[in-house]
Structures are given as structure tokens and as C-alpha cells.
Design a protein around this ligand. Structure first.
Ligand code: M6R
Length: 615
């Protein structure tokens, strides 16, 4: 995935574009570029590397004037990250410039055809093919840019969000989307374009989110027109008021977004349940659930589809739904689900979990589930995202923008939403006793305070990080509700510190992974008092007898494990089902500190992007 930005109006475009790209760098950061039109010619600068490298280069090599400009921060799909493959790409005539987020799947035949027609290519990208295709279409019938873009896109197979302009007509930018997000900020005779609204939040709070297969021509002194790419029909623009504020997308004094987001968890969990959880009245009210309550209560099965951390939240939810609401649950990787022939009926409820709401595999899995007649409920963080719109109904997590590539607050807020749904169903189905139901409600309401307390583990995790920062491998073990937390802890460590880590159900250790244990192997064991405590203590003993180094996450005051482990991290007491909201906190902090100590780029780990909008 990539980030795209555009501006047209009365201000200098460069500062808006460069700042916008910095905010979108979470979407890709292996190369960056921008182009401005200064009234005479295009000023283009692009480079392999980060937006800061682009800034340094652009300041030296081009004049930074111009009130129209577009920019791009890239996560490479076609062609290695280098200066030439970076966007923007320019058409053969030198008139059209484009930035693109997505993949043009049929670019090879299109390229061959264009080569036959005399076009030449500098880069290996699909995007350079697209800009020349647009030019070719435009030239053939002397078309306006908007029409040429539309006809060209009708020849394209794939996904895109594009921003394109013609230096011969520098009063308009043409934008379009299919499968990749695109927002248009509307100011006073000025327009901001971006992959999400963060680049223009300080300029306007009015935005339009283009739908798939829509395009728009943003033109100075004219009102915005949106059309369907396929049939040219006009669409009424729906202008939304943005909920985001500037503070939410800045680091607020923290060294990294990831740390800020870890520390935000007490408050965002509260935001997640605010207005929904009413512990005193013994009620949970979630509009998306209530409006479709029969779908849930009549469901023969709940199928959860997601990727990465969201998939781990789905695994926690599997345990919770089955325990609380006694509905059978299956959890699937969206990428697997979409490519097999799953048995789905209209008695299934599919819950799609996604922080970004843009993950390509999850989106495709939803479409498949809908085709097969299932009711799809989306649990997303990003408001107005593709998955939230594609779902029949849903619930937002309200975690605020998550910018660090490693998901943290998304995980705990997803679990919060899913727990509330399970409790609501349990109440209707009578599958929990009254006492249990009310106790869980109150406990969930108290979670922000407990998570705050769990954050006090920061210092001890930092000390432990300094001991293991040079480890090559690490095992994470947990049982029951905390098995998915072990997976999540391992994922956090590997993605930001590049230490190989594996998560396992603790009891599975003896079926293989135990062979890995020696005095070099740190083993993080999640061992809260509730749940399968005695069994996990036995697992700890097995590790100890093989000289493994034990880092145990335990309930405050646990002396038994303290006597066995090399390090203990104490978290507040909780029930077993809600414990993942607490046990996950020190694991996030541990991976954070190890990554910082190893000099890794915590917020932008290598090879990754915040949301994977391509296959
Ligand atoms: O936006 P999504 O929740 O759909 O993203 C899913 C995964 O790509 C994401 O959780 C990824 O695994 C994170 N890097 C984990 O920290």
C-alpha cells in the first residue's frame, strides 16, 4: 500500500504535500516523491527512502513554488524501491503526472500495446503504464483529462486510488478509486486529496470519501463533480464532518507513535464502550447489534475473518463467544478463506475485524461471504473505511488513529467490542448466570483503570528488554484466552525488533518446541492466576528443567511463579476471559523496548506497511 496526497488552491502546495506525506508514511516508506506546477513547468523530485530524504532532495533540486501539487509515499509492489520506480510518474509527452496507490493487474498486456504504439517506459511500474494509457486515450480523440481517465480506467483490472493532473490545464486534478481509499478535503476554493484525512485535518473538517468505482474532478472555481467510472452517472457528493483532530495524529511528547498508542489504551477502551456499556443498568446497547439482533441470536455459527493482529483478537473472541453466548465460532485468516470454497449459509454471521478497514484479503473475504448469503458484521477502527462500508452492519472500535505499524490499541479495543457483543448475546440467550453477566459488565467497565495499572510494568519490561535485546529467538506460551495473546506477543516482537519469535499454546510445547529450549532461549510465559494456572506452572517447570530463561507475566502477588521464573511482570487481577486486555500490555512494552534498544525503526519496521491493501 502507498499514501497519496494532492492539493489545488491558493496556498503553496509544497508544505501541504510534504507534511501530508509524513502523516501517510505509515502506509509505505520505501520511497517518496512529489511534483509541483509553478506556472511554467513541472517540478518533480523523487527518491528511494523516506519522506525526510525526499524533503532534503527536493529542497536542493527543485524550486518549491506552485499552488498545485501531488505526492506519494511508496510500499513497493511492481519494481524494486529506487528513484526511477518512485512516484509521481510522467507520461511520454511530459504533460500528465500521476500518483497511484494499488495494483494494475493487467499492466503487462497494456504496456505491450502501448510499446507497439511507440510509447517508452523508464520504470518497472504498473503506474507508468497507467499514465501513458490515459495519455494515449486522451490524444486519440482529443479528450478532456477527466474523460480520458475514465475511459482508461475502464480498461484496467486491479485496484487503485489515483491523483492525476495535466500541466497544460493546471486548474484541475482528477481523482478516482477502486479498492484503495481516497478522501477529498473541501476548503474555500481549494481541495485537498489524500489516502486518509490526516494530511488536511488542520485545513478543513469537511471531507468526501470516494466510493469504489467513483471518480471526481476537483476544479478551481467550480463545484466538485463525482461520477461513476463505469456508466458516467453523476453521484451526489456526501460531505462528512471529520471527527479526527490534530492532537490525535501527533506524537504528543512520546518518542514513538507505538508508545503513545500503548499508553492511550485506558482512554480508548473507555471510548470504545462509552454509550454502549451501562454496567449499572445491566445493559449493553450497540446499534449495529440491536438492529440485527435476530441474525445473531439465530446464527448457527459465527465465522470470524481477519488478518494479523486482528486475527488474534478474533481468536480471543472465539473463546469469549463460545463461553459467554454458547455459539460455535470459527476463526479464519481472510487470505485463506477467500481462496477456498468455504461452506457458508444464510444462517452464518460473519464478523470481519480490521483496524484499517482496508485490508485487501479481509475485504475480498467479506465479498465472498456476502455472495454466499451470510450476514456480515464489520468491526473496524477507521470510520468510513471500505470494510465498514462493505459490511451489512458493524461497530467501530473508536480507538482513534493508529499510526504505528505495530497494532496495539486496535487489539484491545477490538476485544472490547467483541466482548460487549458476546455479553449482549449471552443476556438474550441466558447463557450466563445473572451474577456472571453483571460481574463481567462491571469488570469491563473497570478495565481502563486496570490497564492503567498494567502500564506500570513499563520499567520492569525495560529492564528485561535490556537483558534479552540481543536474543536471536524467543518463545511465547499461553493457554486458553491467553494463547492468542502469546501469538500476538510473538508477532509484536518479530515485526518491530526482527527477533524470530513463536507463539504456542503452552501445552503444545512438549510436542516439538521444547527441543528449542536451552540456556539461550528466552520464554515468555503468560501465567495469570485465573484460567489454567496449575498447568501453566507445570509448563514453567518443564522449561526450567531445560535451563530456558523464563519471563513470566503473572497476577500481582504470585509468589509461586516468582520462585521459578528468572523475571516476573505483575499485572492486576482479573477474570480469565478479560485477562487478555491486561496480559497483552507488558508484551507490547517488552517488544517496544527491545526494538528501541536494537536501534530499530519502531513505527516503520522494514518491509511492512500499516495496512495491506494488496494481495
Ligand atoms: O488493518 P487490519 O487490522 O486489517 O490489519 C491486519 C494486519 O495487517 C495487521 O494487524 C498487522 O498484522 C499489524 N502489523 C500487526 O501489528
Amino acid at each position: 500500500m502507498c499514501g497519496i496526497v494532492g492539493y489545488i488552491g491558493h496556498r503553496e502546495a509544497y508544505p501541504i504535500v510534504i507534511k501530508g506525506l509524513k502523516r501517510l508514511e505509515y502506509r509505505g516508506y520505501d520511497s517518496a516523491g512529489l511534483v509541483l506546477y509553478d506556472g511554467a513547468d513541472l517540478k518533480l523530485s523523487k527518491t528511494k527512502g523516506k519522506v525526510s530524504d525526499l524533503e532534503a532532495k527536493a529542497t536542493k533540486e527543485i524550486s518549491l513554488n506552485g499552488t498545485i501539487g501531488i505526492g506519494h509515499t511508496r510500499w513497493a509492489t511492481h519494481g524494486v524501491p529506487n528513484d526511477v520506480n518512485s512516484h509521481p510518474h510522467v507520461s511520454n509527452s511530459g504533460n500528465l503526472v500521476i500518483v497511484h496507490n494499488g495494483i494494475i493487474e493487467n499492466y503487462e498486456p497494456l504496456k505491450k500495446e502501448l510499446i507497439k504504439r511507440g510509447y517508452t517506459f523508464k520504470s518497472d511500474t504498473d503506474t507508468e503504464v497507467l499514465v501513458n494509457l490515459i495519455e494515449d486515450v486522451q490524444k486519440k480523440d482529443n479528450l478532456k483529462l477527466g474523460k480520458a481517465v475514465q475511459l482508461a480506467l475502464n480498461q484496467v483490472v486491479g485496484a487503485y486510488a489515483i491523483c492525476v493532473f495535466d500541466k497544460q490545464k493546471p486548474d484541475e486534478i482528477v481523482v478516482a478509486r477502486l479498492g484503495s481509499p481516497l478522501a477529498i478535503g473541501i476548503g474555500e476554493n481549494e481541495y485537498f486529496i489524500a489516502s486518509d484525512a490526516s494530511p488536511f485535518i488542520e485545513y478543513t473538517s469537511n471531507a468526501i470519501y470516494l466510493e469504489d468505482e467513483e471518480m471526481a474532478i476537483v476544479r478551481l472555481h467550480k463545484s466538485l463533480k463525482i461520477r461513476k467510472i463505469k456508466d458516467d452517472s453523476l453521484v451526489d457528493p456526501y460531505i462528512q464532518e471529520l471527527q479526527m483532530n490534530l492532537e490525535q495524529i501527533e506524537k504528543g511528547g512520546y518518542d514513538h507513535f507505538m508508545l503513545k498508542e500503548i499508553y492511550e489504551q485506558p482512554s480508548v477502551i473507555k471510548d470504545t464502550y462509552r454509550g454502549r456499556l451501562h454496567a449499572n443498568e445491566g445493559m449493553i446497547k450497540m446499534a449495529g447489534v440491536e438492529d440485527n439482533i435476530e441474525k445473531f441470536t439465530n446464527a448457527h455459527r459465527i465465522l470470524i475473518i481477519a488478518c494479523g493482529t486482528s486475527w488474534h483478537a478474533g481468536l480471543v473472541a472465539e473463546y469469549i463467544f463460545e463461553e459467554f453466548a454458547r455459539i460455535p465460532v470459527e476463526v479464519e485468516y481472510a487470505s485463506e478463506f477467500r481462496y477456498r470454497n468455504p461452506i457458508i449459509t444464510d444462517k452464518d454471521v460473519v464478523i470481519a475485524i480490521s483496524q484499517s478497514g482496508e485490508t485487501a484479503d479481509t475485504l475480498a473475504a467479506i465479498k465472498l461471504a456476502k455472495e454466499k448469503g451470510a450476514f456480515v458484521f464489520g468491526v473496524c477502527n477507521v470510520v468510513g473505511s471500505s470494510i465498514s462500508r462493505e459490511s451489512h452492519a458493524g461497530a467501530y472500535t473508536h480507538a482513534g488513529p493508529e499510526i504505528g505499524v505495530a497494532s496495539t490499541k486496535a487489539f484491545t479495543t477490538q476485544i472490547t467490542v467483541l466482548t460487549m457483543i458476546a455479553l449482549r448475546l449471552a443476556k438474550i440467550k441466558g447463557t450466563l448466570s445473572k451474577t456472571e453477566y453483571h460481574t463481567y459488565l462491571s469488570e469491563l467497565e473497570m478495565m481502563p483503570e486496570k490497564v492503567q495499572e498494567a502500564l506500570l510494568t513499563n520499567e520492569v519490561t525495560k529492564e528485561i528488554a535490556s537483558v534479552y535485546k540481543n536474543a536471536s529467538n524467543c518463545l511465547y506460551l499461553g493457554r486458553g484466552y491467553n494463547f492468542p495473546v502469546a501469538l500476538e506477543g510473538a508477532l509484536k516482537l518479530k515485526e518491530i525488533s526482527y527477533i524470530h519469535a513463536e507463539g504456542y499454546p503452552a501445552a503444545e510445547m512438549k510436542h516439538g518446541p521444547i527441543a528449542l529450549i536451552d540456556e539461550q532461549m528466552p520464554v515468555v510465559v503468560i501465567a495469570p492466576k485465573q484460567g489454567h494456572y496449575d498447568k501453566v506452572v507445570s509448563n514453567i517447570q518443564e522449561i526450567k528443567s531445560r535451563s530456558g530463561k523464563i519471563i513470566a507475566v503473572v497476577t500481582k502477588g504470585d509468589e509461586q511463579v516468582r520462585a521459578l521464573a528468572d523475571h516476573v511482570i505483575e499485572i492486576p487481577e482479573s477474570s480469565d476471559p478479560l485477562s487478555p486486555l491486561l496480559t497483552t500490555i507488558p508484551l507490547q512494552l517488552l517488544s517496544y523496548h527491545i526494538a528501541v534498544m536494537r536501534g530499530c525503526n519502531v513505527d516503520q519496521p522494514r518491509n511492512l506497511a500499516k495496512s495491506v491493501t494488496v494481495e
